[in-house]
Design a protein around this ligand. Sequence first.
Ligand SMILES: Nc1ncnc2c1ncn2[C@@H]1O[C@H](COP(=O)(O)OP(=O)(O)O)[C@@H](O)[C@H]1O
Ligand SMILES: [Mg+2]
Length: 557
Amino acid sequence: MLRAPMPSLLNTVKDLDRLRRIVSVLVRHGFGEIVQRTGLGSLVPKSRKSESGVGRGERLKRALVELGPSFIKLGQIASTRPDILPADIVTELKTLQDEVPPEPWEVVQPLLEGELGGPVEEIFESFDNVPLASASIAQVHRARLKTAEGDVREVVVKVQRPQVREIIELDLDLLYWFAHAIERSIPEMRMYQPVKLVGEFDRAISAELDFVAEADHADRFRENFKSHRSVRFPQVYREASSRRVLVLEFFDGLKLGDAIANHGFDGEVVAKVAIDIIIQQIFEDGFFHADPHPGNLFIMGTPSSPVIAMFDLGLVGHLTPKLRDQTIDLMVAAVREDYRGIADALWAIGSPSRRVDREAFEAEVTIVAQKYLGKKLKDIELSALLKDLVDGARRFDVEVPSGFLMMGKALMTVEGIGKEIYPDLDIFNEVRPYFLRLIQQRYSPERVTQDVIRGVLRLSNAASDAPLQIQEILEDARRGTFRVQVQERSLREAADRLGRRLFSGLVVSAGLIGGCLLLAADKRWTGWALLIGSGSYAMMHSTLVYWLNRRDRVERD
Ligand SMILES: Nc1ncnc2c1ncn2[C@@H]1O[C@H](COP(=O)(O)OP(=O)(O)O)[C@@H](O)[C@H]1O
Ligand SMILES: [Mg+2]
């Protein structure tokens, strides 16, 4: 028996077997050095020869595929983090698909019957043994469900693969251990934040494994959108569902691309509906689909009134009212190019726990601001700016609420879809009514707390050449005993002027902090790069400000 490098973790032979397998796959694909340095060298089979002449991205991808569902998923998540992983690896991981062959019916049937407590024929009037989709965690079958009322309903049955939870849990344990080992023993890999990446992966994959949560989310979305006629979420048949089996209303819909290319649906109309839906989810409900990519929606209805059906609701994001307010404060400060306001807002959002020397911090802010501001946009070297940002994030271990980051990702995903099906999409036009309402609500008399009063006072005292209208709004707020006395019309004008910056600023700040901005390297995000360039510049330094803030704090401690 090999010497177990982690006695506390490796309790069973199964663990050790799995670890040995992981190690041997890694070595075979040319990652022997990492294995050696993390102290797992004793598990390395002597005779193996690693492949040569293949890029590390490709080798990593092959290793992940060989290691199965959890590693494929890990690779997919890693591919959305170009801020921490090198470009060659990201490019390769982006092509990772979870093309896992479906489980045979002989395996699925007993699992299903065990979960549902009865024979398939009793519960369903008919059941299609051949799945219509299969991925790493679950596969989806069509069926006709007999309801308690004696009706028959068209449904899909999402069944988790046997053992998938156990395998993932085991892999997670090993991955955490491995990530810690890497951070401990390979300093030059620390910047890739392996432990954080595994944590992110843990949250995402755990959400997908929890079908009860997915059912709850479906109900909550249905409730939130019950008067909205352009969106549908599947009804859940709880009587036939369990932790590992989910029976949902069947949507007879079209894939997005197909609907537009072959069925007369109009990209413009569909894009606007999609934006409308995600904006309501984020800003009104604070409860949103965290992964609204085209594979998780269908187009239904008619070309003149399309309906978007959304599914795969395991992973959702939350934006609390407090975080939403802080986000608005941040945007207002960014629009005013008010560094202190920006710093304060980011400070509040990131809720840092340590103290900082504000004066030193503001001096730093000025230095960085001078580096980037006052330049023409085209003269700004985006990669340099990003490098500062990313370096800052790494050094200071920025803790931004996951809801904020997820919001940025969800918005970017929907914006990306929108641009793809309707290149002229002017997202601001779509979101303007929401911003009007948000600004109104945020500074409405009932909502004006001490915090806001202080903020408004300080803001109105600060010298600034920010657009006049927002100044006026804030000035009104101050003068009128903190009542917003502006007319709807002037608010509208202000929002018109500011809205573009507000919106892109919002996304960019979330995106930057989460590292999503680098997605702009991908063609699909060119539109975003432009938006970022034209509008939300202010947010870039706001983020810088924040990180500088953190650095200052760290250096003091
Ligand atoms: N309610 C539904 N009606 C019709 N097809 C569905 C429904 N839910 C899921 N599907 C199909 O099954 C596929 C996988 O389901 P999904 O919930 O996205 O699971 P996964 O987590 O594997 O992505 C979807 O891409 C879609 O094609
Ligand atoms: Mg899906």
